[in-house]
Write a protein that binds this ligand. Structure first.
Ligand code: NAD
Length: 477
């Protein structure tokens, strides 16, 4: 069986203890590979290696660092077949969807290869006519990048490229659910002659991430994952005042107004709720529908779901969820809804592939307003429908969650669209499309328990990956 290792100083490493875990294919639970997890010593080796590389790397100009990203793009294309297949195998996505994610990662790289030319500071006026004052952007140090597996390739791209162009050295903690995908970046680093230590990659579960967060020499923690883990990281990192960027979960509302184009609303609601098997931080998980069109929307939405196809082929609409444990948790939540008397609609007529995969049928639950689950992210193909009578009620319902990542409204009334955009508690507000769809140059992040106020990727990521230094010079008279 193939093995996946930690990548430190341009070489594969396994912990002396030989600790490993098994990575399985979510589609059929067949064993894919044996993954060697990092222990405390390997975490220390990786951070030390990145610290040693920092001085030289941070002294290159941002434009020179951008040239390394250009080289990475070439190798990413050369390895695209293997990367796309690996993404499908590890995450249970169709090849078509893996290819889409690959393109998103490339777009991100293309954005950052040139961004070094725009790593601008700012000049300031002074009350002293002889004083010249300006700010420059400086790197922070060793950046620990911790990622999930739902869009593993894009998640790595979002963090790795800005971190490097801004002059930091990186220890990437791979998701335990997409370990080999991360290891491609080690091979790429070697092929483009990225100086040893500029990028190290660690494998392992939460414990490995925790060791990185606690390590005295990691100065920046950029984390994408669940709110629960994000809170723990914020707590641990506060002791040493590290820079922390948290991109966390969502419980995103999708409002359908009575004047909406219902066909479009149904199409976008279906994609927002069920694509990627609902495993998107930006998935629509609460559909809030005007009373007057509730029955019609429910009927059309149910009809649409009826024909959804499960599996990993390109003509499938959704694949499995990432682990057996996650599948069991979601089945338990659906049963809790059933036991509480909620109307759980059996609308999907899809056949679950006849194998031991982590499949969950797209599930629709009817509910009246707020429930115990309004603050629980499912991260699965499960969506709750509720109805509203007035527009104010719709906004109030949408805002009744501790999360505040993304939101969408479907309406043909510009006033409603504008009021929604102004009033909704979300970092991303979309009109007449899905709850997802941010592009590489747009700021993405959430309010409330969806994050800590940082925005990645795009130009805003510079605020995550650099410090601002103010330089003032007093001329002689
Ligand atoms: P998770 O929080 O369980 O794990 C994410 C990563 O953190 C993994 O690499 C994991 O090994 C590591 N980790 C776990 N415990 C840790 C600890 N104590 N210290 C440091 N690292 C630790 O999340 P997941 O299940 O892998 O991913 C799903 C979550 O990610 C969802 O909540 C989803 O909404 C969120 N997500 C957010 C965004 C965003 O941009 N806001 C994007 C994608 C996913």
């Amino acid at each position: 069986m193939e093995s996946v290792y930690n990548w430190i100083g341009n070489r594969n490493h396994a912990a002396e203890s030989g600790d490993f875990f098994e990575k399985r294919n979510p589609h059929n639970n067949e064993l894919l590979w044996k993954v060697y997890s990092a222990d405390v010593n390997l975490v220390d080796d990786a951070v030390r290696s990145s610290l040693e590389a920092f001085y030289d790397w941070s002294r290159l100009t941002p434009i020179e660092r951008g040239c390394y990203i250009s080289e990475m793009i070439k190798v990413l294309f050369a390895k695209s077949e293997d990367i796309i297949s690996c993404n499908s195998l590890e995450t249970g996505k169709s090849r078509k969807n893996s290819f889409g994610e690959f393109k998103a990662a490339i777009q991100q790289a293309k954005f950052w290869e040139g961004e070094g030319m725009r790593l601008y500071g700012q000049s300031y006026t002074s009350e002293n006519s002889l004083k010249f004052s300006t700010s420059i952007r400086v790197p922070i140090g060793v950046a620990a990048l911790i990622v999930p597996a739902n869009t593993a390739l894009a998640n790595i791209a979002w963090k790795l490229f800005p971190a490097l162009v801004c002059g930091n050295t990186v220890v990437l903690k791979a998701s335990e659910n997409a370990p080999k995908l991360a290891s491609f970046f080690g091979e790429i680093a070697k092929e483009i002659n990225l100086p040893s230590g500029v990028l190290n990659i660690l494998q392992g579960e939460g414990k490995t991430g925790e060791l990185l967060v606690k390590h005295k020499d990691t100065r920046l923690i950029s984390f994408t994952g669940s709110t629960e883990v994000g809170k723990r990281i914020a707590y641990e990192a506060s002791n040493s005042l590290k820079r922390v960027s948290l991109e966390l979960g969502g419980k995103n509302p999708f409002i359908v107004c009575e004047d909406a184009n219902l066909k479009d609303a149904v199409d976008w609601a279906t994609l927002s709720a069920f694509s990627n098997a609902g495993q998107r931080c930006s998935a629509a998980s609460r559909i809030i529908i005007a009373d007057k069109v509730y029955d019609e929307f429910k009927r059309e939405f149910s009809n649409r779901i009826k024909s959804l196809k499960l599996g990993i082929d390109d003509d499938c609409d959704l694949g499995p969820v990432i682990t057996k444990r996650h599948q069991k948790n979601i089945e338990h939540i659906i049963n809790q809804f059933k036991n509480s008397g909620a109307n759980v609609l059996s609308v999907c007529e899809a056949v679950i592939p006849n194998i031991d995969g982590n499949y969950i049928l797209p599930t629709v639950i009817e509910e009246n307003g707020y429930s115990d689950f309004s603050d629980t992210e499912f991260f699965a193909p499960v969506v709750v429908l509720s109805r509203y009578r007035t527009f104010e009620e719709a906004i109030a319902l949408a805002n009744k969650s501790l999360y505040g990542l993304t939101a969408a409204i479907h309406t043909n009334d510009i006033n409603k669209a504008m009021h929604f955009a102004k009033e909704i508690n979300a970092g991303v507000a979309n009109v007449n499309f899905g709850t997802y769809g941010s592009e590489p140059h747009m700021p993405f992040g959430g309010l409330g328990i969806s994050g800590n106020g940082s925005r990645e990727p795009g130009t805003e990521a510079i605020n995550v990956y650099t410090e601002l230094k103010n330089i003032s010079i007093l001329m002689s008279k």
